[in-house]
Design a protein around this ligand. Sequence first.
Ligand code: ACO
Length: 348
Amino acid sequence: MFQSKIAGIGYYVPKNVYTNNDLTRFMDTSDEWIQERTGIKERRYADRIGETTTTMGVEAAKIAIERANISKEDVDFIIFATLSPDYYFPGCAVLLQREMGMNEVGALDIRNQCSGFIYALSIADQFVKTGMYKNILVVGSEKHSFALDFSTRGRAVSVIFGDGAGAVVVQPTTETGKGILSTHLHSDGAEAEKLAMYYPGASSGIWLDKMPDWPEQELGGLLMTKEMLEDGTAFPNMDGQAVFKKAVVKFPEVIHEALSKNNLETSDINLLIPHQANLRISQFVQKTLGLHEDQVFNNIQKYGNTTAASIPIALCEAWEAGKIKDGDLICLAAFGAGFTWGSALIRW
Ligand code: ACO
């Protein structure tokens, strides 16, 4: 049985910065409201054409591969976590494999929203532990800006999300006690609709009896109807308070689970990198765990919530800023739509 480690990390964010004030051009909102409720000051949006979830993932992946001191030919498995894939199918992992000209290795998409990166990392960890693969590329990338409701109706959701990508290379390590110590995954589908986007999906769309009217009904997508745009069901739907209440319970729970599995205490954590859902959620979790502010890394202020990309972007920024040192105990934790949640404990 091998132990796995993160051997290289990279991130990419689009150049287009949208401040809270910029959003007031499209909807009735304010910098004060957004900062007070979420901590977000600005976010990045990808170019409308030419920049996609896959292309952003490619940029992050190139950096992670270089920093792992391997070449793209060494990558023997690809895992891509996203809720905003370029296509309904096939997934982004194969598109990245094509774009990067990689070998005909296995490629897997993970659809676990904000927990997607933790799920992807956990799968990579298992494959490396069993000796099946040696250089797994794990990518989290999102282009949310293509499907947000930028009218006042959608403001509670759309102000939160941003675009970006992060990537890591997971390899075996021979250093005893180092690397990924454990991962912990959970879900509860009972409240799936509290945070969901129904389009494109087989439970909604144009029914056969509407086919004769197709030219009037069809509006830019096989499964989206004019009604769905008008009533807002074409856009992400969130019960913000329900998400908040569940997140502030499940984050600490799954962090304690990871610590207890490894006979460690919260005081042993050098850096907690939570999924950047909302600064208020991160601060609540920090206080619940009794952690010092310096023990928690947040960058949601600059990028908004980038879902599956938020943890690898934050991990990479923290590492580049010298906040992660050899031997540090790093805790990654996420909670998101599904609901799904998870954690990973890493001895760097
Ligand atoms: N700007 C200005 N006003 C707004 C905005 C906005 N962007 N959005 C909503 N409002 C208004 C509402 O219309 C409402 O007005 P009313 O009182 O006149 O009816 C008022 O603000 C309060 O609305 P609420 O929805 O009750 O606002 P709340 O205080 O709950 O804050 C928020 C909303 C920020 C979403 C909050 O519920 C929250 O933090 N939830 C956590 C959800 C979250 O962070 N999700 C992240 C994505 S999921 C994840 O990553 C896990």
